[in-house]
Design a binder for this molecule. Structure first.
Ligand code: PGA
Length: 253
């Protein structure tokens, strides 16, 4: 891993103010592991509180609206998230693509809005089990990214990609190192094609899908893996920082 590994917790729809103690514990531990970049995306309701508590970790959001402001009941813009202390936004997660019918072009519009608001973007991609079984996983993911990534000047400075096979999310059934290496290598080639060699090489590609402290070292050691997007195992400081520790050990080795 040439850059600092990026370990991001996606709390999904979990967490009330009682979870702030975990955020504090994550932040304290992150101060002892400065070789790893640690970040957390809590639900909207906790963004500002986590931001105020955190000295080391960045706080982010799990979605944003493509517009800046206006008559969109229940929606939140990237500008508002930045104002609340969010430094990044996870976009195109398969759970949103599925339950909110988010298309690639909708995700791309959101990415533009987030980058315009000065936020970093973690762009998610990943195939369903059926597609993996049909042998078309790489084609699917590359097409999904081609249509979701924003073509903007200097986009790569604030961009990370997260490969999360849908069948691996929350199942305890992570992808194999060989499959991750193959997919991340294909994604790297696309990033270089879209953004050029220098810029396309600097975008970190995270793996997500049942990462835990026991498998993190192996998964994070796969080719072109620059970090992890972690769901279930990010909900306690102990398990989440176990993953950060594993990422730090790979850096050292
Ligand atoms: P998981 O979720 O770690 O619980 O599999 C990952 C994600 O959906 O980001």
């Amino acid at each position: 891993m040439p850059q600092r590994p990026y370990i991001v917790g996606n709390w999904k729809m979990n967490g009330t103010r009682a979870m702030l103690s975990e955020a504090r514990a994550i932040d304290r531990a992150a101060q002892r592991h400065m070789k790893v970049e640690v970040a957390v995306a809590p639900p909207y309701t906790l963004i500002h509180a986590v931001h105020r508590e955190a000295a080391q970790i960045a706080v982010g959001a799990q979605d944003c609206h493509p517009g800046q402001e206006g008559p969109h009941t229940g929606d939140i813009s990237a500008t508002m998230l930045a104002d609340a202390g969010a430094k990044f936004v996870i976009l195109g997660h398969s759970e949103r693509r599925e339950s909110h019918n988010e298309s690639n072009s909708c995700v791309q519009d959101k990415a533009r809005a987030a980058l315009d608001a000065g936020m970093r973007v973690i762009m998610c991609c990943g195939e369903a089990d059926k597609i993996r079984q049909s042998g078309k996983a790489e084609d699917f993911v590359i097409q999904q990214l081609r249509e979701s990534l924003p073509a903007m000047e200097n986009a790569t400075e604030n961009l990370a990609v997260a490969y999360e096979p849908i069948w691996a999310i929350g199942t305890g059934n992570s992808a194999t190192v060989d499959d991750i290496s193959a997919m991340h290598t294909a994604i790297r080639a696309l990033l270089v094609e879209l953004y050029g060699v220098e810029e396309g090489s600097e975008v970190r590609i995270l793996y997500g899908g049942s990462v835990n402290p026991d498998n993190a070292r192996e998964l994070l050691g796969a080719d072109e893996v620059g970090g992890a997007l972690v769901g279930g195992a990010s909900l306690t400081a102990d398990s989440f920082m176990g993953i950060a520790l594993a990422a730090g050990e790979i850096q050292d080795s």
